[in-house]
Write a protein that binds this ligand. Structure first.
Ligand code: ATP
Length: 463
């Protein structure tokens, strides 16, 4: 289990603008969370990295963005209307409801007896159009996969891809979870990144192995350590209705080892079911062998919310400044030779890698009330922002406070413009060192180490 507590993660996320409780001023809405300015950047970085890795950098992948509302026949055909349910029990005494597989014989709240187990369908129902007619009922999609399967024929007709090939989608999915819990681990409105990788039936095992490796490669790229992820072969009888083989990739959360991602061999279940349900021919014609058949499918399914939670937990760190064995180096000073960071100060920081960090670098003028420092810092800021838009400006409070704030959002480096940068003796009590003109201090988040570097070298360092 991870050592960091969920309380610390939840409170950091709120304090620093990553994630807020949904509709908070109205007392919240269970199972929903709102993404704040830092959260959106982090989430977009993760999604972009995934898209780049699994769609843009490959020749065998096609991206789609299908509607969340779909014809209800699609969910009937896929088996979700009849089978996408969790076991529900109600306490006879306090009437609270629980997932039967998560409780014992007694009510965990009041100790009362639990009633009989019923299947509860987790799809959110809604109505399409200005009518109360039952035929207008449809569902918010419970997984993005559905939107991929119904577009299989479209992608084949537009691009004539050769097997094996995949179709990928990132988007929202909705599940009316009986017991949303553990922050963004189990929510009712979630986001998924899914691939349906279509193969010849006899190729499924090699494709399954390839995607198993790809899941680990993605974890590596975002910064989820291998040591915290464990594969679980899901036994017969416990897999989803469409799957012949499933591996759950489990993560060591503070609340125990539970699913992070899933990898499933869905056979030809979905395409066959949609062919039957829609009356359309969803088979594939192999141009070489002239064989016609329904492809089988390997599905890696990544939850965006769980990725972000795993990242936050993996990146979270606390230390005392100066506890690293970094050698002393020239610090940004306030013009009177005072070091800008106090040794031994306790701090919290997020060790995000550069690819996912919501802010890649922060730019500070040493003092906010010295126009010459501010305008030079602004110049550096504007220049860097053109190279990398995830750059933040901060002139609020002393430098130490600004470092603490950036540490807590995981900014890899802070750049401080001081009197030495200006190289003008009249502004630095006659102590300017001409050789330092147009240099800045670059402070490293993880070590607290500072180095003096030229402004010209900054763009390459943050790119
Ligand atoms: P669980 O057993 O935890 O309910 P599941 O097996 O139902 O998950 P899948 O149907 O395989 O999950 O969904 C694929 C991925 O979508 C999961 O691995 C997870 O990352 C994400 N996911 C599913 N349900 C939720 C949820 N309620 N909140 C957040 N993420 C979810």
């Amino acid at each position: 289990m991870s050592e960091v507590s969920m309380e610390k993660i939840v409170s950091l996320c709120k304090r620093r603008g990553f994630i807020y409780p949904g509709s908070e001023i109205y007392g919240g809405l269970s199972g929903t969370w709102d993404w704040g300015p830092m959260g959106v950047e982090l989430k977009n970085n993760v999604k972009n990295l995934w898209w780049r890795m699994f769609v843009q950098e490959r020749d065998d992948m096609y991206g789609v963005d299908a509607a969340i509302l779909m014809n209800p026949m699609a969910w009937e055909a896929s088996g979700h209307v009849s089978g996408f349910s969790d076991p529900l029990v109600e306490c006879k005494k306090c009437k609270k409801r629980f997932r039967a597989d998560q409780v014992g014989k007694e009510c965990p709240e009041c100790g009362g007896a639990l009633g009989e187990v019923k299947q509860f369908n987790m799809m959110f129902k809604t109505q399409v159009g200005a009518t109360e007619d039952p035929s207008a009922i449809t569902y918010l999609r419970p997984e993005t996969a559905g939107g991929i399967f119904v577009n299989f024929k479209n992608v084949v007709d537009s691009f004539h891809p050769k097997l094996p090939f995949g179709v990928a989608q990132i988007g929202k999915a909705f599940r009316n979870e009986i017991a949303p819990r553990d922050f963004i681990f189990r929510v009712r409105e979630l986001e998924q990144m899914e691939v349906e990788y279509f193969v010849r039936p006899e190729e499924w095992e090699s494709a399954f192995e390839e995607w198993r490796k790809n899941v680990h490669a993605f974890n590596d790229a975002v910064g989820i350590p291998k040591s915290a992820v464990h594969e679980l072969e899901v036994p017969d009888g416990e897999r989803a209705h469409y799957s012949k083989r499933t591996i759950d990739f489990e993560f060591d959360w503070p609340f125990g080892r539970k699913e992070l991602y899933g990898l499933a061999y869905r056979t030809d279940f979905d395409l066959s079911a949609h062919a039957k349900g829609s009356g359309q021919d969803l088979s594939y014609l192999d141009e070489e062998t002239k064989q016609k058949f329904i492809p089988h499918v390997i599905e890696p399914s990544f939850g965006v919310d769980r990725t972000i939670l795993a990242l936050l937990i993996s990146a979270y760190a606390e230390d005392e400044l100066g506890s690293s064995s970094a050698p002393p180096s020239p610090k940004a000073t306030d013009g009177h030779g005072k070091a800008s960071e106090d040794k031994g100060e306790k701090r919290v920081f997020l060790r995000f890698n550069k690819a996912v960090a919501p802010v890649k670098a922060a730019v500070f003028p040493l003092l906010k009330n010295k126009p010459e420092l501010v305008s030079k810092a602004r110049e550096v800021y504007e220049m860097l922002k053109k190279v990398q838009p995830q750059i933040m400006w901060d002139d609020n409070g002393n430098i130490g406070k600004r470092y603490r704030r950036q540490d807590e959002i995981g900014t890899p480096v802070c750049i401080t413009i001081d009197f030495d940068t200006l190289g003008d003796p009249s502004t630095s009590s006659g102590q300017a060192k001409p050789e330092l003109k147009d240099t800045v201090t670059l402070r490293n988040r993880d070590t607290g180490e500072q180095e003096r570097v030229s402004i010209d070298s900054l763009a390459a360092r943050i790119a």
